[in-house]
Design a protein. Structure first.
Length: 112
């Protein structure tokens, strides 16, 4: 069975991110573990963690939160994927004028 690749950002998606601290990753966001488990058990997706953080720090965070088994890999390179889940992304709907407005008014969910 073919699995779709789902790249998931760490900061602001899986954790309670407010600001960047080089050697500290904030606590896991409520519901994140259950969310990942459902995706994983569906057998439809191959999960890849996308983060610019130190790989060892990220691996330890995944292990400490008992979610490392859900991820095929950790990378800082956005690769070809079926879906990207990121707190700093916009979906292009084909309308440039509308997209300019969305860019102008963009704010990450944790700053609203």
């Amino acid at each position: 069975m073919y699995k779709k690749t789902l790249m998931i950002d760490l900061d602001g998606v899986l954790n309670n991110y407010i600001k960047y601290e080089e050697n500290f990753i904030p606590e896991i966001k409520e519901g994140a573990k259950e969310f990942l488990e459902k995706l994983y058990k569906s057998s439809k997706y191959e999960l890849v963690l996308f983060t610019t953080r130190d790989k060892k720090l990220s691996e330890d965070w995944l292990k400490d939160n008992k979610i490392s088994q859900y991820f095929k890999e950790i990378t800082n390179i956005k690769k070809t994927a079926s879906i990207y889940l990121d707190d700093r992304a916009l979906k292009f709907n084909g309308d440039f004028k509308e997209t300019l407005e969305e860019i102008k008014n963009f704010a990450v969910h944790w700053k609203k």
